[in-house]
Design a protein around this ligand. Structure first.
Ligand SMILES: [Zn+2]
Length: 143
C-alpha cells in the first residue's frame, strides 16, 4: 500500500488542474517501511505531449528528479498522471507503457471536477491490480 499525505494529494491535484484540458504527470519518491511505500516527495513534471489523452514526461525533468532523489536518499516509487475526462483506470496504452513491475501507477481522474478520484495500480504484464492509498497523518508521512 501507499501512504500519501494530503498535501501531496493536493500538489498532484493542483498540477493536474493547471494542465487541463491536457493530462498532467509526475514522479513519486519516498522510502519503504515494511511493505508500505511512504511518499515523501512529489515531482511535478511537464507533459510534453500536450494532449488530453496521452502523456510523456520531459526527459530532462525526469533526469533532474532522479538525481534529486539520489541526493535525498529517496527511491523512485511510482508515477502519476491525470485523466481529464475518463475514470481513474489504466487505459490500454497505460498498461502497455507500464514497464516496471515494482512501480505504483497513480491515476487522478478529473472526470467530475468537483470530485477528483486518485487511485493507485500495480501493472504486471498488462495485469492490473489496485493498490490501497492511505492518508498519512503528519509531515513525515508516518501513519
Ligand atoms: Zn492514462
Amino acid at each position: 500500500m501507499i501512504v500519501l499525505n494530503k498535501k501531496y494529494f493536493e500538489e498532484i491535484l493542483k498540477h493536474s488542474l493547471s494542465h487541463l484540458p491536457n493530462e498532467g504527470c509526475g514522479l513519486l519518491a519516498g522510502t519503504f517501511e515494511g511493505d508500505k511505500k511512504i511518499i515523501k516527495k512529489v515531482y511535478l513534471l511537464t507533459n510534453i505531449d500536450n494532449s488530453p489523452e496521452h502523456f510523456s514526461m520531459d526527459a530532462k525533468e525526469q533526469f533532474d528528479a532522479v538525481k534529486d532523489m539520489r541526493n535525498n536518499d529517496l527511491l523512485l516509487l511510482g508515477n502519476f498522471h491525470s485523466h481529464p475526462s475518463t475514470p481513474a483506470r489504466p487505459s490500454d496504452e497505460d498498461k502497455r507503457l507500464a514497464y516496471d513491475k515494482s512501480m505504483s501507477y497513480l491515476i487522478l481522474s478529473l472526470e467530475d471536477r468537483k470530485k477528483p478520484v486518485l487511485k493507485s495500480f500495480n501493472i504486471i504484464n498488462g495485469e492490473v491490480t489496485e493498490e490501497e492509498i492511505i492518508e498519512g497523518e503528519n509531515d513525515n508521512g508516518i501513519c
